[in-house]
Design a protein around this ligand. Structure first.
Ligand code: BG6
Length: 509
C-alpha cells in the first residue's frame, strides 16, 4: 500500500513558511570560501535560499581567505560553484545578479588583512543595513579554526548586533582536542553563539525522526525494550575518498561518520521525548542518551567492534582502486574505511537492546537507514504456515529513496493460511510535491535565526568523543585487527560475524 497525502496547496503555506523562518539582516563572514565544502554545499545553498527568497533583504556574504582575489573573481568562482553544484539548475540569472551584488572578498593573509576585514564589515553594515548582525562561518581545514577565532576576537570583528559562529566538522580529533577547541571558541563566543554543524541534522528525513516519534501517538508506547528486538543504523556510501586523502587518512570512518552522524542518529532514535521542541530540551535529551552509551574499552572492542579497509573491486560495474592505491594514501595505511559497532544504551527504556551501527565507503549502494526490528508475536497460532515470516520492522529511509516502511505478515490470497511479509510504504516524493531543501539551506537559515536545535552542543560533541576514543585506543593496539573487503561488497567478514554471534544478520539495505 502506498500512503498518499494530498499535495500541499503551494502559495499560502509556502508564504507562511517564508515569513516564519525569515532571518534577521545578517552579514555572513565566510572563511574557506574557495574550499571544497563551500563550493559543493554552502555557496549553492546560499544561492538556493536567495532563489526561494529565504535570505533577509539586508544580506551580504564577505568571504575571507589568505590568497588575494577581487570581488569580481570571487563572484565568478561562486557562479561556477553554483552552476556545477546547485540542486536547482540552470541558474536563474535575475536572482543571481541580485545575489552576486552582495558577495565581497577580503584577503586576510596577516593582521593588516583582518583590520581591512573589520573595515569592510562596517562598510557592508552601512550599505546593506545588516544592523551589525554577523554570522561567522568556519569552513576551512580544522587547523585554521583556532587562529581565525582568535583573530575575530583580536581585531574586533564581532559586530554591534548579534554575533554567531558556525564551526564545521570535524570538531576536534579526540576528546582532549575538542575540549581545547571549545575553550578557544569560548574566548570569543558564548556557547549559545556557537553552532557546531552536523549536517545530518539538517536533512529533512532526519528531522522527521523526531516528528515520527513525537508527533504521533502510536509509536511511542512500543518504542522500548518490551517491543523492540534491536535497532540497525546504516550509513553506506559507494563513494571512495574523492580528493580528500589527507583529511580522510587521518580521520578514518570512525571520526568521519561514527563520531558524529551515526551517534546523532542513534541519539535521535533512543532519546526520551523532550518537553518542548527547542534547542535546550532536545539537546538535553540527546546528551542523556550519549552519556548512557555503555563504554566499549579494550575488553569489549574485539566482540563489539569490527573495522575494515576496502581493496580493489567494482562499484556499479566499474573497476575501482583499493584504498591503499588511492592518490595520497600511504601504501601501508591502516586507516579504516568501514566500521561496525554493537552498542547498548544503558537506561530503563533500552536496557539489553543492541543498537548495531555500520558505515563504510565503497559499499555496493548508497543507503542511509534506521531499521527498528520488533519482537516476534508472543504466541504463534500459524506456526507451520508462517515459516519464513519476518518480525515486524519499521525502516526509516533517510536517503536516497526517502520514506518509511513497515513490514508485517499478510495472508497470501490462496486456499489455506500461507503468510508472507509485505510492506506498508510512505514515499516522500509521492506524498509531498515539493523538493526538499538541502540540509545546508536549513542549517544556514537556523544559524542566522539563532536557533541551535539542529546543531550539536559542546557536551554532546564531548560525549561523542568520550565514547569513540577508547575504541580507537583499542584499535591502535590491534584489537580487533583491521579486516579487508573488496570495494562493492558489504564490508569485512568480521562485520557479519559481529551480528551473527547474536543470531542476527544485517539488513539488506
Ligand atoms: C561527510 C563526510 O560528513 O558526510 C563524508 O565527511 C561523507 O565522508 C558525507 O561522504 C556524507 O554526507 P551525505 O550527506 O552525502 O550523506
Amino acid at each position: 500500500m502506498t500512503a498518499s497525502a494530498t499535495a500541499v496547496a503551494p502559495n499560502p503555506l509556502r508564504e507562511g513558511l517564508r515569513l516564519a523562518r525569515a532571518p534577521r539582516p545578517t552579514t555572513l563572514v565566510l572563511f574557506g570560501g574557495s574550499g571544497d565544502l563551500a563550493r559543493r554545499k554552502l555557496l549553492p545553498a546560499l544561492y538556493n535560499l536567495a532563489l526561494q527568497r529565504l535570505l533577509p533583504a539586508a544580506f551580504a556574504v564577505v568571504s575571507a581567505a589568505r590568497r588575494p582575489m577581487s570581488d569580481e573573481e570571487f563572484r565568478d568562482e561562486v557562479h561556477d560553484a553554483v552552476a556545477q553544484h546547485s540542486r536547482t539548475r540552470p541558474i536563474n540569472e535575475d536572482v543571481w545578479s541580485t545575489f552576486a551584488q552582495h558577495l565581497r572578498f577580503v584577503a586576510t593573509p596577516d593582521d593588516a588583512g583582518y583590520d581591512r576585514l573589520a573595515g569592510e564589515l562596517q562598510r557592508v553594515d552601512a550599505e546593506v543595513g545588516a544592523d551589525g548582525n554577523r554570522l561567522f562561518y568556519l569552513a576551512t581545514p580544522p587547523a585554521a579554526y583556532a587562529p581565525i577565532i582568535r583573530a575575530i576576537g583580536a581585531h574586533g570583528l564581532r559586530g554591534p548586533g548579534s554575533s554567531r559562529v558556525v564551526v564545521e566538522k570535524p570538531f576536534g580529533h579526540d576528546l582532549r582536542s575538542a575540549t581545547e577547541l571549545s575553550r578557544i571558541v569560548h574566548e570569543v563566543f558564548r556557547e549559545d553563539e556557537v553552532f557546531r554543524i552536523d549536517h545530518y541534522l539538517g536533512k529533512e528525513t532526519v528531522q522527521n525522526v523526531l516528528v515520527l516519534r513525537f508527533a504521533n501517538g502510536i509509536f511511542e508506547p512500543i518504542w522500548n525494550r518490551q517491543y523492540v528486538d534491536h535497532v540497525q543504523i546504516t550509513v553506506a556510501e559507494t563513494l571512495g575518498i574523492e580528493e580528500r586523502a589527507e583529511y580522510y587518512d587521518a580521520a578514518g570512518a570512525m571520526r568521519d561518520i561514527v563520531q558524529n552522524h551515526l551517534l546523532q542518529l542513534l541519539a535521535l532514535v533512543a532519546m526520551e521525548p523532550p518537553a518542548a521542541f527547542d534547542d535546550r530540551a532536545v539537546r538535553d535529551e540527546k546528551v542523556k542518551v550519549l552519556r548512557a552509551l555503555r563504554p566499549i574499552g579494550p575488553e569489549e572492542a574485539p566482540a563489539h567492534t569490527a573495522r575494515g579497509q576496502y581493496g580493489p573491486g567494482y562499484i556499479e560495474g566499474r573497476a575501482v582502486a583499493g584504498y591503499r592505491s588511492e592518490a595520497g594514501i600511504a601504501p601501508a595505511s591502516g586507516t579504516e574505511t568501514f566500521v561496525a559497532l554493537k552498542c547498548f544504551v544503558d537506561n530503563w527504556r533500552w536496557e539489553g537492546i543492541p543498537f548495531y551501527l555500520r558505515t563504510g565507503k565503497r559499499l555496493p549502494k548508497r543507503s542511509t537507514e534506521i531499521a527498528v526490528r520488533f519482537r516476534v508475536a508472543p504466541h504463534r497460532i500459524f506456526t507451520r504456515e508462517a515459516e519464513g515470516v519476518e518480525a515486524n520492522e519499521l525502516v526509516l529511509r533517510i536517503q536516497p529513496d526517502e520514506g518509511i516502511s513497515l513490514t508485517f505478515g499478510a495472508k497470501v490470497p490462496v486456499q489455506g493460511f500461507r503468510i508472507r511479509s509485505v510492506n506498508m510504504d510512505f514515499v516522500y516524493g509521492a506524498s509531498f510535491m515539493v523538493d526538499a531543501p538541502d540540509a545546508y539551506e536549513t542549517l544556514i537559515v537556523d544559524a542566522m535565526r539563532g536557533d541551535a536545535t539542529l546543531f550539536t552542543r559542546r557536551d554532546e560533541v564531548e560525549q561523542q568523543w568520550a565514547f569513540v576514543d577508547p575504541i580507537l585506543a583499542a584499535w591502535a593496539r590491534g584489537e580487533p585487527p583491521l579486516g579487508t573487503y573488496p570495494a562493492g561488497s558489504w564490508g569485512p567478514d568480521e562485520a557479519d560475524a559481529l551480528v551473527r554471534r547474536d543470531g542476527r544478520v544485517w539488513r539488506k539495505a
